[in-house]
Design a protein around this ligand. Structure first.
Ligand code: SF4
Length: 382
């Protein structure tokens, strides 16, 4: 087992911690989280046990990401237990990026100072919109004023790497309200902005209520996306991934690992891992996670990590694109003939301005990023 991980032991891996608790469920959300909080102690015990299973493997970590759910529902002492477990079982590199997702209504300056003292050095706030009517429709618990306060508290607590999430195509959003949101967000001067298109997932309250009728059309949402991309670019943000923008040097090192197919380990129910050519995940079941001390059977995901289709799908999300010949070196089925076929199909979309080809490197343009699912479906090898 130890030999299996030698190839990643000299570099830092990413460590993801899934915190499966929320104060209430937002109307659009299909992430795994529970509103009951009485299982926090059992969760923390199981999390420590799960991480302990990776002790003595010589793994270094250069990013840690607390996602969820709502990690900011954990108290500083609960977070401290997790940080301690990370440091005990992995060598946390001194300049590691340590991110915590936070909901604005759950934090104040004192809490964020305590969080910073634990070594958490990047915050990602779920702001979503600057318009309270839109926030209410999403089922969010905060007002925009509360989000402004949270960002201000974070700055006062010495955070200098702050990301905010925005959503597009949400109920009641218009071109005018989006302009207001963008100017308000720019006034907050975050180092990073993530911008997601609302997808109405089956099983959510939005799906049951047919909330799509309150949203603009897909074409208008596409225009919103291009407006966001143009506005943020003009403000100096680098559009480095389909949904992500950063001031230079503030790209999310942790999330880049996902798209670059670099190794990461996920802990907690519903967390995914990718290491040494294997992908696996924990079942989304907190009760089972606790009962098995974090050792519930890890389910293997299909598809080897080096699979060309997988590499293309992830790599084309990035503005740096993909190098076809590098992918061919890792997946022999994507040989020169397969690469030529890919480029032949890509030429059609290059003429349409959706992608660019530079030797063996292929990138999506901003317009291409917008229709990336369609493009990937047509370009990926069978
Ligand atoms: S706070 Fe985040 S994880 Fe929790 S319900 Fe809302 S969207 Fe989902």
């Amino acid at each position: 087992m130890e030999r299996q991980f030698e190839s990643v032991s000299q570099k830092g891996i990413g460590v993801y911690i899934h915190v499966p608790f929320c104060a209430s469920k937002c109307s659009y959300c299909d992430f795994y989280s529970r509103v009951r909080q009485d299982q926090k102690a059992g969760y923390l015990d199981a999390l420590e046990q799960e991480m302990f299973g990776w002790k003595n493997r010589g793994l270094k970590a250069d990013t840690v990401f607390f996602g969820g759910g709502t990690p900011s529902l954990l108290t500083p002492s609960e977070l401290e237990r997790i940080v301690h477990a990370v440091k005990t079982n992995f060598a946390l590199l001194p300049d590691a990026e340590v991110t915590m997702e936070a909901n604005p209504e759950t934090v104040d300056q004192a809490y964020l100072e305590a969080v910073a003292a634990l070594g958490i050095n990047r915050l990602s706030f779920g702001v979503q919109s600057a318009i309270d009517r839109e926030l209410k429709a999403l089922g969010r618990r905060h007002t925009y004023e509360r989000a402004v306060q949270a960002v201000s508290d974070a700055k006062a607590a010495s955070f200098s790497n702050i990301s905010v999430d925005l959503m597009l195509g949400i109920p009641y959003q218009t071109a005018d309200s989006l302009r207001v949101t963008l100017s308000q967000i720019l006034a907050l001067a975050p180092q990073h902005v993530s911008c997601y298109l609302l997808k109405i997932e089956e099983g959510t309250p939005f799906y049951r209520k047919n909330a799509g009728q309150l949203c603009v059309s897909e074409d208008e949402t596409a225009d919103f996306y291009l407006t966001v991309a143009r506005t943020l670019r003009q403000a100096g943000y680098h559009h480095y991934e389909i949904s992500n923008f950063a001031l230079p040097g503030f790209e999310s090192h942790h999330n880049l690992k996902y798209w670059r197919d670099q190794p990461y380990l996920g802990f907690g129910p519903a967390a995914h891992s990718c290491i040494d050519g294997r992908r696996f995940y924990n079942p989304p079941d907190l009760q089972q996670y606790i009962e098995t001390d974090g050792r519930c059977s890890l389910r293997e995901e299909s598809g080897a990590v080096q699979d060309a289709a997988e590499r293309l799908m992830l790599g084309l999300r990035l503005d740096e694109g993909v190098d076809l010949s590098e992918i061919g070196k890792k997946d022999p089925s994507f040989d020169e003939q397969a690469q030529r076929q890919f480029l032949k199909k890509a030429a059609v979309y290059e003429r349409a301005g959706l992608l660019e080809v530079d030797g063996s490197r292929v990138f999506l343009t901003e317009e291409g990023m917008l229709v990336s699912n369609m493009l990937l479906a047509r370009l990926l090898p069978d």
